[in-house]
Design a protein around this ligand. Structure first.
Ligand SMILES: [Zn+2]
Length: 105
């Protein structure tokens, strides 16, 4: 990321910047302009994209896939995911997948 200082010097925030999302979602650090030595506090908030990951929940998957007999494709469409993702989560939760014809999924 680059920041242009008031003195028009472009300051670079190092490429080695690592934001550890396991521990924090807010990252704060200082950069010093190499041109005028102005010091800036930079804060960056990083949050997961607010997507509906309901399909990751075992109960939800069992309800949709087993009880309501949705196909992987239908569940994928519902959540804006791919059938492969749904398949992975079904497998992860040890929910037996239906092999209704070796079609696309
Ligand atoms: Zn400057």
């Amino acid at each position: 990321m680059l920041i242009e200082c008031r003195c028009s010097t472009v300051c670079s925030i190092g490429d080695d910047l690592l934001i550890d999302l396991r521990n924090q979602v807010f990252h704060e650090y200082q950069i010093t302009c190499p041109g005028c030595y102005e010091v800036y506090d930079v804060g960056m908030k990083v949050t997961p994209h607010t997507k509906d990951y309901g399909y990751r929940d075992k109960d939800t998957l069992v309800d949709l896939y087993v009880h309501r007999e949705y196909s992987m494709q239908e569940i994928a469409d519902k959540y804006g995911a791919t059938p492969m993702t749904i398949h992975n989560w079904l497998t992860k939760h040890e929910i037996p997948t239906r092999t209704t014809g070796r079609s696309s999924v």
